[in-house]
Design a protein around this ligand. Structure first.
Ligand SMILES: [Zn+2]
Length: 143
């Protein structure tokens, strides 16, 4: 299972930045909830208020569901990407599955041992699955 994780920023880390550097680092960097740029003084106050509330980590953007101010983003399970494969029915029975990028090798294998003039029919089925599902397929010949 893949997880999406929102990044956070350490309240203590930000407040540890010396005031002399703070101005330079936070000038025109942070926006409030209305999209207005905050002055470095406002940013500092924002982090001081967060610290007063016992918050240790603030989200970098405001759209994390279940954000924890002590441990950050809980992680969001992501649907893994589905890839395209070709299921190839073998002449002698059975079938196997190949990533589309490797299909030519599979076809080469099927053509091995044919004589000129032989006629064959290959049966393909386009299927979709995740890489994990592919790795866990039962062992087929050639897989
Ligand atoms: Zn999150």
């Amino acid at each position: 299972m893949t997880f999406l994780r929102h990044s956070g920023i350490s309240v203590e880390g930000v407040l540890a930045i010396p005031l002399s550097d703070f101005e330079r680092q936070f000038e025109g960097v942070v926006r409030d909830d209305n999209g207005r740029l905050m002055t470095p003084a406002e940013v500092r106050r924002h982090f001081e208020e967060a610290k007063a509330q016992g918050h240790r980590i603030l989200p970098m953007n405001g759209k994390c569901e279940g954000w924890d101010y002590h441990t950050g983003c809980p992680g969001h399970p992501m649907e893994p990407e589905k890839l395209r494969y070709l299921k190839i029915a073998l002449h002698g029975g059975g079938s196997y599955v190949q990533p589309l990028s490797q299909v030519h090798q599979a076809i080469d294998g099927e053509l091995d041992g044919l004589q000129v003039g032989d006629k064959i029919t290959l049966d393909f089925e386009l299927i979709e699955m995740t890489e994990d599902e592919y790795e866990n397929l039962a062992e087929f010949a050639g897989h």
